[in-house]
Design a protein around this ligand. Structure first.
Ligand SMILES: NC(=O)c1ccc[n+]([C@@H]2O[C@H](COP(=O)([O-])OP(=O)(O)OC[C@H]3O[C@@H](n4cnc5c(N)ncnc54)[C@H](OP(=O)(O)O)[C@@H]3O)[C@@H](O)[C@H]2O)c1
Length: 448
């Protein structure tokens, strides 16, 4: 039997960000492989007119959880949603809920974050730094806590080319940034943001780096591990190939290409597209939680969950594979025939944006107006190009991440765990196999 699955079998687990992409897959795998776990507490905020119960029911009724219900029919009873807003002091949590969490939690997985690249620095600091700090304070009051697993990103130090599994100091101490957020107004923060974040490309990666420093400085005696995934994409195998429910990052790019909206991007064809399927990140996370709790390493360990060093895929190969996939199964109502051009030059990128993106959008909007419909293509195109421009920093560079801790973790796992737990795409027969495995189902998942 899997030692990792058995380990979680009698635990009370707290997950923040369980309604997000990674959090849902983590929750699903825990329930499917350790159906006897005591409870999963999830911190949820009411949203879009839905109560938390409605939000949780919607998640558990989704396709992602179909398999779980076979091994864990009472899945609804295993999830205990707790109303919480991580932007608020003490997470705006009820006293009784807080006491129950403090008394019972064995393992914490801290996934919640703002992943918006263009978030206002105040919001990004609040969620990615201050909320982490508050959670550490809570964790220090949990007598039964065995492990605290924090999600960071492989790009938290993207201002460096070679990244080791260590925490790199930020130029300004997190405490000073947190203090300044209290008395500076939003306009001044906006003005000084470029100076503060220096060579980080956005507030997301910068505040994730600050979050890591907070963990290091304020983690005290807690047993902590940090997971640093690169670009998380649809599932490779579990619970089924190609699961994804958002259009963030590569998924959005792939769909926009398949639909014929996006035909040219500013990307270096030979740069590595460091994508990691979500199920592999979750596998590593669960293994790290088990190792941290059972082996209690002397210092905080950081685990890179990346593919570039082991099984690199370049953006040009990615483009070819995506086109081949859509040739096999095209979208029914595509805007144009899919194509994928790469340019590294900003002038030619502007030219292609005008010619292949904006001009057809204007023509199409004219057609909509002439046929009595509301124009919408230019609005959609502007949003798409804005999103793609935020990814340019990442599509034009390559990074090298070391992975000694992930390799050590694998060697510590039982033969059965090594058999059932795929930690990296190295296990894929080759890199193309991995891309096509999630590209085709991705197209099916998001069809329409
Ligand atoms: N996806 C990637 O490519 C990637 C790559 C590297 C690292 N990571 C890291 O992995 C973690 C999870 O990422 P993800 O892709 O799953 O993000 P996601 O889909 O955007 O999910 C974010 C989660 O945080 C929750 N959250 C945000 N603000 C909150 C608040 N004020 N109070 C309570 N909950 C709040 C969201 O709740 P709502 O549903 O209520 O909004 C959601 O559950 C993050 O730490 C991220 O930095 C992600």
């Amino acid at each position: 039997m899997s030692m990792i699955a058995a380990f979680y079998g009698n635990k009370s687990i707290l997950i923040t960000g369980a309604t997000g992409f990674l959090g849902k897959v983590l929750m699903e795998k825990l329930l499917r492989t350790s159906p006897h776990l005591k409870v999963i507490y999830i911190l949820v905020r009411p949203k879009a007119g839905q109560t938390l119960q409605q939000r949780v029911f919607q998640i558990l009724d989704s396709k992602l959880f179909e398999k779980v219900k076979e091994s864990c029919p009472n899945v609804h009873e295993k999830i205990r949603p707790i109303s919480a807003d991580l932007d608020q002091r003490d997470f705006a949590m009820g006293k009784e809920d807080m006491q129950e969490l403090l008394a019972s939690t064995n393992i914490i997985f801290h996934c919640a974050a703002t992943v918006r690249f263009d978030a206002h620095l105040r919001n990004a600091v609040q969620l990615n730094v201050i909320a982490t700090q508050q959670l550490l304070v809570m964790a220090s009051q949990m007598p039964k806590l065995e492990a605290f697993i924090h999600f960071s990103t492989a790009f938290s130090n993207c201002n460096l080319n070679q990244i080791d599994e260590v925490i790199y100091p930020c130029p300004v101490e997190p405490r000073k940034i947190i203090d300044s957020m209290e008395w500076l107004d939003d306009t001044i923060i906006e003005e000084i943001t470029p100076k503060l974040i220096r060579d980080w490309p956005n507030t997301y990666t910068y505040t994730k780096a600050l979050g890591e420093m907070v963990i290091q400085q304020e983690g005290g005696n807690l047993n902590i591990a940090i997971i640093r995934p690169s670009i998380v994409g649809p599932s490779w195998q579990e619970p089924f190939p190609g699961w994804v429910d958002n259009l963030n990052g590569p998924s959005g790019m792939i769909i926009a290409t398949g639909k014929g909206f996006l035909r040219s991007i500013r990307a270096t064809p030979m740069a590595v597209a460091d994508l990691i399927p979500v199920d592999m990140v979750v596998n590593l996370t669960l293994a790290a939680g088990w190792y941290t709790a059972v082996h209690r390493p002397k210092s905080l360990l950081i685990y890179h969950s990346t593919t570039g060093g082991l099984n690199p895929c370049k953006w040009s190969e990615m483009g070819l594979q995506v086109l081949a996939s859509f040739k096999k199964i095209p979208f029914e109502k595509a805007f144009r025939r899919p194509n994928a051009n790469f340019t590294t030059n900003s002038l030619s990128a502007q030219y292609w944006n005008a010619v292949t993106h904006r001009a057809p959008a204007i023509v199409y909007d004219c057609y909509l107006v002439l046929t009595g419909r509301k124009p919408r293509m230019m609005k959609l195109m502007t949003r798409l190009l804005k999103t793609i421009s935020m990814l340019e920093y990442f599509t034009n560079r390559s990074w090298e991440w070391t992975s000694a801790n992930s390799e050590m973790l694998r060697s510590e796992m039982s033969p059965e765990d090594q058999r059932v737990t795929v930690l990296t795409t190295q296990a894929a027969r080759n890199r193309m196999d991995c891309i096509s495995r999630y590209c085709l189902p991705l197209r099916k998942s998001l069809a329409g």
